[in-house]
Design a protein. Sequence first.
Length: 184
Amino acid sequence: MSTTDKRDRTLTREVTVTQIPSGDKQTLFAGDTVFIHQVLGGSYTIQTSTGLYRLDGKDADAIGETVAVQTVTAATLADGAPDPEAVWDQLRKVYDPEIPVNIVDLGLVYSMDVSKQDDGGHKVDVAMTLTAPGCGMGPAIAEDAKGKILLVPGVANADVRITWEPPWNQSMISEEGKMKLGLI
């Protein structure tokens, strides 16, 4: 949050946001009042009189916040491949906008694989799930993950696939995630 930490804001310009939990894109307009609920992973969960939304960090200026430049300073491996730990670090910056725990600690990421492409670049494939099959935010969360993965040096392509097998359950949450959620 900014140094004033005032959670009520007035939009300074029109922005496209993602409605929670449907995942539908909506437009909010300059002059609309918003309330900032949380800031996690570079995005904002905001509320207006019409509902709850996810505002991408690239639009932070519309609520009077500084747009954070997202870069990753990890080194590539000897063959030019991305450092897998840097990819995992990026996935830890992805949040479901309704839950204050990242997707890795929630146990939503089932696998992350790096492969060399025919053109010499490297592709990252991620299989993940959601806490509930009806969550409309799935595509938005997957797109956020993909965008963060593509920032890792050595990644030329990324694919984030949502799967429902095995079904997610609370036992998949890491100890750190359980502590943040007050489950232990």
